[in-house]
Design a protein around this ligand. Structure first.
Ligand SMILES: *[C@@H]1O[C@H](CO)[C@@H](O)[C@H](O)[C@H]1NC(C)=O
Ligand SMILES: [Zn+2]
Length: 409
């Protein structure tokens, strides 16, 4: 950020006062072994943290101790400025919890080992007071019996839907399908499903409350007849979650955490393979764009302990913006190779070496799911929000991530 010189007109300084005073330098990065406090930039000076911040706090206590983190105060922009707590020496470790929004004093989380990594990420708009979080070595016998992680709230709405039937085989459940609703509320989603004679197993409200419409053993009507890998009728073998979201807005952390928690339970219950956790757009007959690029799959997979190596590299801006293949009717061996690997992973397309509209849509779906940073980049252009851009554009595919997925499935 550029700071204003005093020679500028005074009114500008007043208008921009909050921006000018926002703190944009991260505090120290190494903490421990004794108990102490980590704070957001500027917290001690009563100054808001800055935009686009990325601060890391490495906390290490004596071998054999765990670390108890307790929030004294935490106020951040709910959607977009987040504190990530990782259960180990770096950000590839498992995510213990993500804190954002307004948290009262006393929320806490405990590590499993003597090292945690905390990162604070803010986006490019809106800042707030930030946080002060205490850390202390804790011994196993002092382990708290509850954690700050909210318990999943599932409301039974199973008597409210008639638009489902029995599965061909009630225990043949192999896939989890994530949707966003387009409709802005649980009620509107429920009404829309009923009006169209459709259903889904779960609806996840913005505040994290889950509404169950259909038993998992039954066949909800949410996924059409799309093909994924060897499965040709997704409703027969999948469980669906509709996430309340219009498709062009971020997902609140509390909602993403609840969806991850519910998914973790489903995946464990039915032993669903990582590659069979799909977004609707991954398999439907190419007219679907859900779940949108705003959905934080990085957080999602971390919560499920899946694909630990998938998001470890940062796609450079030029990689993100590079259009690798233009739609074309000319045969290309490189296109054929990409098509074959996408197909091997599960996507439905013909490996004909021609970058036609079907391949273009599959690449788009792949990027929305596995390269979400591409979509985040698009939110603001020239000071304007680009509505729906995240669903309309396609870029070069991340070869590295495709290779990783094919190798780990
Ligand atoms: C969550 O949101 C739903 C409506 O979307 C509301 O009915 C419910 O009371 C809310 N729950 C909490 C705990 O705020
Ligand atoms: Zn859908």
């Amino acid at each position: 950020m550029e700071f204003l010189k005093f020679s500028k007109a005074t009114w500008l300084c007043i208008v921009l006062a909050t921006t000018v005073s926002a703190q944009s330098k991260c505090p120290a990065s190494d903490y421990g072994p004794a108990a102490g406090v980590i704070e957001s930039p500027g917290f001690a000076q009563h100054v808001n943290y800055g935009n686009d911040m990325s601060c890391t706090y490495n906390i290490k206590v004596a071998e054999g101790s765990k670390i108890l983190l307790t929030v004294d105060s935490l106020i951040t922009e709910t959607c977009c400025d987040r504190v990530y707590v990782y259960d180990g020496p770096n950000t590839h470790s498992r995510v213990l919890i993500i804190w954002s929004g307004h948290l009262g004093a006393g929320s806490f989380v405990e590590s499993t080992g003597n090292v945690v990594t905390v990162t604070f990420q803010s986006d490019n708009t809106v800042n707030a007071a930030g946080f002060s979080i205490r850390y202390a070595p804790s011994n196993a016998h002092l382990t708290p019996t509850t954690t700050a992680k909210p318990k999943l709230q599932i409301v039974n709405w199973k008597d409210r839907s008639t638009y489902w039937n029995s599965r061909p085989s009630p225990t043949d459940i192999h896939a989890l399908v994530l949707h966003h609703t387009v409709d802005p509320t649980v009620q509107a989603t429920y009404d829309a499903l009923n009006n169209r004679h459709l259903s889904v197993h779960y609806i996840a409200a913005k505040n994290g409350t889950i509404y169950q419409l259909v038993d998992e053993a039954n066949r909800a009507w949410h996924a059409g007849t799309g093909t994924w890998g060897s499965y040709t009728n997704m409703n027969d073998i999948s469980i669906g979650i509709e996430i309340v979201n219009t498709g062009d807005e971020p997902f609140p952390t509390v909602q993403e955490n609840a969806v991850a928690e519910l998914s973790a339970q489903i995946v464990k219950r039915w032993k669903i393979l990582p590659k069979n956790i799909v977004a609707h757009a991954d398999f439907q007959e190419y007219d679907k764009t859900d779940v949108s690029g705003y959905f934080d799959f990085k957080l999602f997979y971390a919560a499920l302990d899946m694909y630990p190596g998938l998001y470890t590299t940062k796609l450079s801006e030029s990689d993100q913006k590079k259009v690798l293949y233009q739609a074309s009717t000319t045969y290309s061996a490189a296109v054929k190779s990409i098509q074959e690997r996408l197909q091997k992973y599960g996507y439905y397309l013909t490996a004909d070496g021609i970058f036609g509209s079907a391949t273009q849509l599959v690449v788009e779906a792949f990027n929305r799911h596995y390269c979400p940073e591409i979509f985040k980049q698009e939110e603001i252009v020239n000071g304007n929000e680009v509505r729906f851009a995240q669903n309309k554009r396609w870029y070069g595919i991340s070869e590295e991530r495709l290779a990783y997925l094919v190798a780990h499935s």
